[in-house]
Design a protein around this ligand. Structure first.
Ligand code: NAP
Length: 275
């Protein structure tokens, strides 16, 4: 099986969990040293596991992880599309290039890998694809517009696959983690507004294994969480209240709007201020 984004956080926990029960894992990310350490750490239970290091923002690499896995192991039974980058920036300061890059890593890498995995899965009579989305695609936080949009695209793609792949033997699961304690929180460009509880990445790994084993379609993790459940319900029945609360919790600073106005007066497009 292939797990992308396996050098840290949820992907690393998922790769370890699969390997712990004896599955052969191909761990994918850019940081080779971490992948190597992960594979060495699971060798006792999963001696054939390996890794492929590269940039999933490149279509050629996203396709290669599937082709190499099939060439080396003869099949791909599970693909976990988990790699992603955060984009925590006020909209005024985002460039078109930032947006395209985020979509390549967070959305297109999953599409490229999925399209490459479908033929060998069809040939083998089936398989499972797990797409790791985000609760931020259900209730969109301030500063996370582009990240949420990339995850909403992944949701739409996954929901479409439920219909398109029906009858093929290929199952698609969509997993929406809530706040999980990983390094993603320190990677964005703006400070994080959220300072509540964060759950261990193993919680998501367990849910992914469960989704594969029981062919579940969609899971929010942690499951049966009252705060996430309430937020989803409120988003459905009182979206205006959710918009109000979100903006209060993490407001766009007046100074950022002023900076954007000054750029507009100078005839400059949106993006980071070089001055
Ligand atoms: N943590 C949360 O609270 C949370 C909440 C909702 C959803 N999620 C989702 O859960 C998934 C895992 O996130 P995480 O929290 O575990 O974050 P993380 O620790 O930052 O892991 C992200 C992984 O993606 C890989 N990655 C990023 N860009 C890549 C690229 N261009 N090419 C190849 N690999 C790349 C990273 O590895 P390299 O840097 O080594 O390439 C890393 O292994 C993501 O899809 C994220 O959106 C997380």
């Amino acid at each position: 099986m292939v797990v992308t984004g396996a050098s840290s956080g949820i992907g690393a926990a998922t790769a370890r969990a699969f390997a712990a029960r004896g599955d052969t894992v191909v761990a994918v990310a850019r940081r080779e040293e971490r992948l190597k350490a992960l594979v060495e750490g699971v060798a006792a239970t999963s001696p054939d596991s390996g890794y492929l290091a590269g940039d999933l923002g490149e279509r050629g690499f996203a396709e290669r992880i599937i082709h190499d896995t099939v060439a080396r192991h003869g099949r791909i039974d599970v693909l976990v599309n988990n790699a992603a980058i955060p984009v925590r920036k006020i909209l005024y300061e985002i460039s078109v290039e930032d947006i395209e890059h985020a979509f390549r890593v967070n959305f297109f890498s999953a599409v490229w890998a999925t399209l490459a995995a479908i033929p060998p899965m069809l040939e083998a009579g089936g398989g499972t694809i797990v797409n790791v989305s985000s609760f931020a695609s259900k209730v969109v936080p301030t500063h996370e517009t582009v990240y949420a949009a990339s995850k909403c695209a992944l949701n739409g793609f996954s929901e479409g696959l439920w219909n398109d792949l029906h009858g093929s033997g290929i199952h698609v699961a969509l997993v929406h983690p809530g706040p999980i304690d990983t390094e993603i929180w320190s990677k964005g460009d703006a400070p994080v507004g959220y300072d509540g509880v964060k759950h261990p990445p193993e919680t998501v790994a367990d849910a992914i294994l469960d989704a594969v084993d029981r062919r579940l379609h969609e899971i929010v993790v942690p499951r049966r969480n009252p705060t996430l459940g309430f937020a989803r319900l409120l988003r459905l029945i009182a979206p205006g209240l959710v918009r109000f609360g979100t903006r209060r919790m993490d407001p766009v600073p007046e100074a950022a709007i002023e900076r954007a106005r000054a750029r507009a007066r100078r005839g400059q497009p949106l993006g980071e201020d070089s001055e």
